[in-house]
Write a protein that binds this ligand. Sequence first.
Ligand code: NAD
Length: 478
Amino acid sequence: MPARHVLPDERFTRLRLGCEHVRTARRRPVINPATGAAFASVPVAGPEHLDAAVAAARAAFPAWRALSWDARQARLEDLAGSMQRARDELADLLTLEQGKPRHSAAADEVDYAIGWLREVVTRRLTDEVLEDTPRHRVEKSCVPLGVAGLIVPWNFPLCLAVWKLAPALITGNTAILKPSPHTPLTALRLAELAEGILPPGVLTVLTGDDELGRWMVEHPGIAKISFTGSVATGRKVMAGAAATLKRVTLELGGNDPAIVLPDADIDAVVPRLFWGAFGNSGQWCVGIKRLYVHDDIYPRLLAALADYARGVQMGDGMDPASQLGPLQNAGQHARVLGLLADCSARGFRFALGGGAGPGPGYFVPPAIVDNPPDDSRVVREEAFGPLLPVLRYRDFDDVVRRANDTEYGLGASVWGRDLALARALAGRLEAGTVWINEVYVHGVDFPFGGHKLSGLGVEHGAEGLAAYADVRVFMSSR
Ligand code: NAD
């Protein structure tokens, strides 16, 4: 590993807890997924650090909420400006800790996060008059909750952190952000950038193990948990939040179907389908995870998809030629290899790939499975890796039934030229977001959330802002 890809020991040695900078007794290594080797280490917060962070966040809350929206917006725009100046460093850290290509996906994620922060802070929750008669007036307003606990996974560490902290802070809450133990560095850098811009305690970043998340969920000083991660952990979050009746937003996993209509323009859709399924090496909550292709075009589309994939270069994200990076961690790597082995053991045909990539990093080249049975693991489970089952269908009612035959309901998409048919099918898909001839499109004003096991509540849009507030109604007789 080139020396420039190892962080000096004195980097990221302390947590900022209010006005204090504190060393922890334990540290944990950060692994570069392209090499499988540690290149940095970060503090591991214990319960005492969480207590101090909560105390600082609670102390900062009254003054932060008392600021005008415009004043909070100005501070958060300063933070966005500071991120902009640190853009290249953030992108380097993101690639080293997450694996995604530095010059495309990592740079894009940093730019996207900065742009998102700038946009969200211009939005407002406004008071409403619900009744105004000569005898009676009723007004509704939204009040911040207090301390928001923000827990994010490792696939989009910076983007998902900003998706949470921007609405939490602009609505007047203070926040404690817990990045994934696998990808703590961009969040710690964000905390450094916020120093001197946000008052102490307004935004605290705590790094540590998974149990830090559990302590946050159970902490009586935290009013809300916004969690993005797996269904299994989401269940624990909901159960753990019950004792303190925390507000909870859960953005969980998906097994998103994409349906390709018989009239689809194969040349036009194949690149979009490929990146829809394999972007971020398949580690995308709303990635295409089951691709249903009409019988009439199945062989041609399958061949074109495999051909396109052969031209995509996988490698160390720091290499400018890399278009796809490794899987992010050893556990995810093992999980995807297990699914590939299950496909091989059951005799499914791979139209592409099917094996592990070169070590010691966590590489798996794109794999496409040719029409496996609906009850196979590769169809039923969320792979969260570069492994796509392509499935034949003939009948539209049948494909809708098969697409909906899952406990998940995060996203779905329909691809084809007959927009009326596409819209009719889209209207029958059970998912929080259904795209037509696109995928992955999000916007600060578009509510995003999962149906069924894919989540609870939404992020973004007016509903996403309101999720960081309680409603208060004022009534008066005249
Ligand atoms: P994960 O559930 O293992 O971990 C997510 C976060 O929860 C991490 O920060 C982890 O440390 C923390 N955590 C672990 N145990 C906890 C506990 N008991 N209480 C509180 N927090 C705890 O998920 P992951 O493997 O990091 O991420 C992959 C999953 O995330 C996939 O299922 C993917 O689909 C999902 N995801 C969903 C969205 C979405 O918006 N719906 C976005 C990205 C990823």
